[in-house]
Design a protein around this ligand. Structure first.
Ligand code: IVH
Length: 694
């Protein structure tokens, strides 16, 4: 290559002109300034991740390199030195590599539940893992504790002396924080008895102390902690244990690593054992024999949590008996014998793409939010119900809005609120349609009913499909395998219009459908035919009478001897049934009038199973429970009453025989007194139970 061809040397010539030298210096300065700013930003961000979130994303060595580079650049360019630089702040990097500690027994995490339904699933799973089909073995009790919002640590005592303290780390290996833990006044350095123990518990900081700590840090121009948990974590992982010593860290012990000298066999015993050794334990806990009691504890704690001096994010429910725990075992991540029952379900943020209208089996129009799919506590959600027009108005939700989504209660996702600040332009308010989207009939708004309905009961395709799906569904006729896809095809082929048509379907017909094999056809027909033997309650529910839900259907069934009795029932008789008022009675009578032929057909096709007759000394007596009983839970009281033949009512009316009154009884007691209905306090209730049984 010739000299003239060399691009570098040409550039070099140009570069070394005087003018260009000046330009070059300016360039270098500007680069340096940019780099300094960049480094400051990065370090600030890493400080935030470390201090506020306790979630560093780079290693200590990488962090050190950034700080070193910044310091050197600031030295070379004092003109860019500023007072506020991270290098000027006290304690910008109080970090160090802690020695590693391998735990003798893995420090596990907990699974989470957010609703009573999820807790029932937890119990079911635990029973299954134990090998029980549903019965609770002897000694199956739950020990419930507060879920402290701090960080887990392990303490190792040798001959009664605190020898080692470590963080949880990844569960297998944690960090050695012995020096720091030795500065905590709540953790005994020596035990009363010279035992060998591996204790686990939570380090936390009280709310008041957290606020004071942040105020102090603000005065010192140090980054503040985002919450007490991060403050506790940041304080514990200090290189200088003098810093930890000044932080008001507390601890509650709740578990064991290797049992060593601890011979207890129950969680409740463990807590007493620890507290007798002067190890700090939380005095708030309970031993529950049933899930209902766990729920009572949960609700009470949840209500009072604001008043607690520290933050908790739920309760921890543990099987009390260690033998049962061992039999049930753990996954690699969490024990199967314990779970956290959390207070606040996680929130996801997503966009509302559209609102679609679904027409239900009774013609009710339900708006459904179509969402940009988003994961909420591990489940991808693409749509959720908006219930009705009132809910849309309450949320003021509009198509295009950014919404907060939560999976709460019964695990059904719902929109919590709209992020109005994120509303880009003024979006139009949503208007419910005037016409049924399925059949085009003008919709109606009935008095006393929040939603809109399509009145075309007989001809609306969406209603017909919905009714037949409902008839076959689990809580109605329970036709296994006969799902919405098949039912839609049966309707399309004109084989199905009314519920009774299900029983006329044949294998030959089914075999003409796409993706239908002989085996499947046989299975579906067998499933349908087997349901000709069922209960009156299921059929009444399956008919999908407007306003008649599952409970009322079964109550109605209790009053009738056969399905065709419906044809003779009067309004007065209906009004005698609890929960049946004018509107419901009228709806039932209207249904009967319009569907008399179908009712007769079903009566012929179905063999109704005999009802289990109620019996006992309290037969015919109606009970209402109000307030809390101290000797038993509400559901225990309910079972005892029903076992004696009594019926439980949800509200006091003139048909009520007795109101059982516990602590803090409310309006039900007042109503009972007004109507002159007998009231039993807990003592009298106990006596009456005893008398009735003898
Ligand atoms: S028991 C294997 N009990 O919650 C059992 N943990 O989400 C696991 N926690 O890592 C621990 N309060 O840091 C237990 N009363 C309590 C607790 C508790 C708070 C923390 C602990 C654990 C995390 C799991």
């Amino acid at each position: 290559m010739s000299h003239a061809d060399c691009p570098l040397s040409c550039k070099k010539n140009e570069l070394f002109s005087e003018l260009n030298l000046k330009r070059l210096k300016k360039d270098i300065d500007s680069h340096a300034r940019q780099r300094i700013e960049d480094l400051r930003r990065q370090i600030e961000e890493h400080n935030r991740l470390y201090y506020e979130l306790d979630q560093p994303t780079i290693s200590d060595a990488e962090y050190d390199n950034l700080v070193r580079e910044l310091k050197s650049l600031e030295k070379k360019h004092p003109e860019f030195q500023i007072q506020k630089s991270v290098t000027q702040k006290v304690g910008a990097k109080p970090r160090a590599d802690f020695a590693k500690v391998k735990h003798n027994v893995r420090m596990m995490s907990l699974d989470n539940a957010y609703s009573e339904a999820e807790m029932m699933d937890f119990e079911k799973r635990a029973l299954k893992n134990f090998g029980s089909s549903g019965d609770r073995p002897k000694g199956w009790k739950y020990f419930v504790e507060y879920k402290m919002d701090g960080l887990a640590i392990e303490l190792i005592y040798r001959k009664g002396k605190l020898e080692k303290a470590s963080t949880r780390g990844d569960g297998e290996v944690g960090e050695d924080i012995t020096e720091n833990v030795l500065t905590l006044s709540t953790v005994p350095k020596t035990l009363k008895t010279p035992l060998n123990l591996e204790i686990r518990g939570e380090i936390f900081i009280e709310k008041k102390d957290f606020e004071n700590l942040n105020k102090e840090r603000q005065r010192e121009d140090l980054p503040t902690f985002a919450n007490p948990r991060n403050a506790a974590a940041g304080s514990l992982r200090q290189l200088d244990s003098n810093v930890t010593a000044k932080r008001p860290l507390k601890m509650f012990c709740y578990g064991l690593g290797l049992p060593l000298d601890c011979k207890v066999r129950e969680q409740s015993e463990l807590i007493s054992f620890l507290s007798q050794l002067n190890l700090p334990t939380n005095p708030h806990h309970a031993l529950c024999s049933k899930m209902e009691e766990v729920f009572e504890f949960y609700h009470r704690v949840r209500q009072n949590r604001e008043a607690l001096p520290y933050e908790i994010d739920g309760i921890v429910v543990k099987l009390n008996d260690f033998r049962l725990q061992e039999e049930i075992g753990s996954t690699s991540h969490h024990p199967r014998w314990a779970t956290a029952f959390k207070f606040d379900p996680p929130i996801a943020v997503t966009k509302l793409k559209d609102i679609q209208i679904q027409v239900g089996r009774t013609g009710v129009l339900t708006p459904v939010a179509i969402l940009e799919p988003v994961s909420v506590s591990g489940v991808t959600v693409g749509n959720c119900t908006l219930h009705n027009e009132e809910e849309i108005e309450r949320l003021d939700v509009r198509i295009g809005d950014i919404v907060e989504l939560v999976r709460s209660g019964d695990v059904i996702p719902k929109i919590l609120r709209v992020r109005e600040d994120d509303r880009k332009k003024s979006l139009p308010k949503y208007k419910m349609p005037e016409m049924c989207p399925s059949c085009g009939t003008k919709v109606v708004q009935e008095e006393g009913f929040v939603g809109r309905r399509c009145p075309n009961t007989k001809g609306c395709p969406a209603q017909i499909l919905g009714r037949l799906i409902h008839f076959a569904s689990k809580d109605a006729l329970n036709m296994e395998g006969v799902g919405p896809q098949w039912i839609a095809q049966f309707i399309q082929r004109n084989w199905l219009k009314n519920p009774s048509d299900f029983f006329a379907l044949t294998e030959q017909q089914l075999l003409t459908l796409d993706r239908m094999g002989e085996k499947l056809a046989q299975k579906l027909i067998a499933s349908i035919q087997s349901r000709r033997d069922t209960t009156l309650g299921r059929v009444l529910y399956g008919l999908g009478i407007f306003h008649v839900g599952e409970t009322l259907a079964h109550k109605l069934a209790d009053r009738l001897h056969s399905l065709s009795d419906l044809l003779k029932i009067t309004k007065e008789q209906l009004l005698e049934i609890e929960d049946v008022g004018e509107v419901v009675a009228d709806a039932i009578l209207k249904f009967v009038k319009e569907n008399a032929a179908e009712i007769k057909k079903l009566e012929m096709l179905i063999t109704f199973q005999a009802r289990k007759e109620k019996s006992g000394p309290w037969l015919g007596m109606n009970f209402v429970l109000t307030g809390a009983l101290s000797s038993m839970t509400r559901s225990e009281a309910q079972t005892q009453i029903e076992d004696l033949g009594g019926t439980i009512q949800s509200s006091v009316s003139k048909t009520t025989s007795v109101v059982v009154v516990g602590e803090d009884a409310g309006s039900k007691l007042a109503k009972a007194e007004k109507l002159g209905i007998a009231t039993w306090d807990e003592k009298r209730f106990g006596k009456e139970l005893k008398n009735a049984r003898s």
